[in-house]
Design a protein around this ligand. Structure first.
Ligand code: E4P
Length: 224
């Protein structure tokens, strides 16, 4: 089942989108939490009240060394939520991933900019891989192509890591990722907003209402 996440710490807007979208959970990163001025504990407590017990939260470690990442992963894993620990896919991060794996802690390899980087994280046992689609595009490369190639490599090698693609600036990017078979995406709120809306929809709905009222007044469908 495809997993749809929001990449945000804006609790008010998360609550709004949760009303109309079947969210698997929320992803954050240190920059998102810092910008929202909310720490991990308060965020998880409040977001889980909004999303319920089945929500999954992807939370990034901030330690810069292997032992620190492992210790942080263990602490995050002990929290009373469904947490996937995000670990940057650096040399240090890959070393931490190998140790986190032996602890059976679910983890996501983040900051993936290339197929080879994603493949190495998959070999280290990552549950999720997060390629940064728009950031790759901004470097003059092909973000969608990286995800498509990584997805095809995972399939050919029979690897179970799931791609949770991140960093989007357009609905076109997000749809292309869904079409290439990625297991999950995390959308920033402005892109989620644009996924919901199309200028032709409300006029069509308004027309149905006007036609109905002209014929049947205030009657509801089942009363006509
Ligand atoms: C998620 O794992 C990433 O941190 C995030 O999606 C990056 O998105 P940005 O490129 O919009 O900052």
């Amino acid at each position: 089942m495809f997993e749809l996440y929001l990449d945000s710490a804006d609790l008010e807007r998360i609550a709004r989108f949760n009303e109309c979208l079947p969210l698997a959970g929320i992803t954050t990163n240190p920059s998102i939490l810092a910008a929202a001025g909310i720490g991990v504990n308060q965020f998880l407590s409040e977001a889980s009240k909004i999303l319920g017990d089945n929500a999954r939260f992807h939370v990034q470690v901030v330690s810069a060394d292997i032992d620190g990442m492992l210790a942080e992963a263990r602490k995050l894993h002990d929290l009373p939520y469904d947490i996937v620990v995000k670990v940057p896919t650096t040399e240090t991060g890959l070393a931490a991933m190998k140790r986190i794996k032996t602890d059976n802690i679910p983890f996501l390899a983040t900051a993936i900019y290339s197929v080879q980087q994603g493949f190495l994280a998959a070999l280290c046992g990552a549950d999720y891989l997060a390629p940064y689609v728009n950031r790759i595009d901004n470097l003059g490369m092909d973000g969608i192509g990286v995800v498509a190639d990584l997805q095809s490599l995972l399939e050919r090698q029979g690897m179970t890591s799931k791609i949770l693609a991140a960093s989007f600036k357009s609905t076109r990017q997000a749809l292309a990722i869904m079409q290439c078979g990625a297991a999950a995406v995390t959308l920033p709120l402005d892109v989620a907003e644009r996924m919901l809306s199309h200028p032709a929809v409300q006029p069509a709905v308004d027309c149905f209402g006007a036609d109905w009222r002209a014929a049947f007044g205030d009657k509801l469908s089942h009363e006509s």
